[in-house]
Design a protein around this ligand. Structure first.
Ligand SMILES: [Zn+2]
Length: 96
């Protein structure tokens, strides 16, 4: 988790998570009210898209067509969602 630069406390997962979905939304430290924004949005997009594309390619290759849609598509979307849950632990923030 990113730490607050003023009070050294971890910034809440929930506010970082919301900010990964809405880049314009700032992150506020719960303890000292410092305001941050995520600096690594391009890396976040890549960290979500690349595993989704690779698993899509993989599923498409090994499952016949109707199955690759009914099983593959939901599992790729689920994979993307799981990655977005983990991403807040690795983002970098800067104070604004
Ligand atoms: Zn703080």
């Amino acid at each position: 988790m990113p730490k607050c630069m003023s009070c050294q406390k971890n910034i809440q997962w929930k506010s970082v998570y919301i900010s990964t979905w809405f880049p314009n939304k700032t992150i506020q430290c719960n303890t000292c009210d410092s305001i941050y924004k995520i600096t690594s949005h391009n890396y976040i997009s890549l960290a979500i898209l690349i595993p989704m594309m690779v698993s899509g390619w993989y599923i498409n290759r090994f499952l016949p067509l109707p199955w690759s849609i009914f099983i593959g598509l939901p599992s790729i979307i689920l994979l993307g969602l799981v990655i977005t849950l983990i991403v807040p632990f690795f983002v970098k923030v800067e104070r604004i």
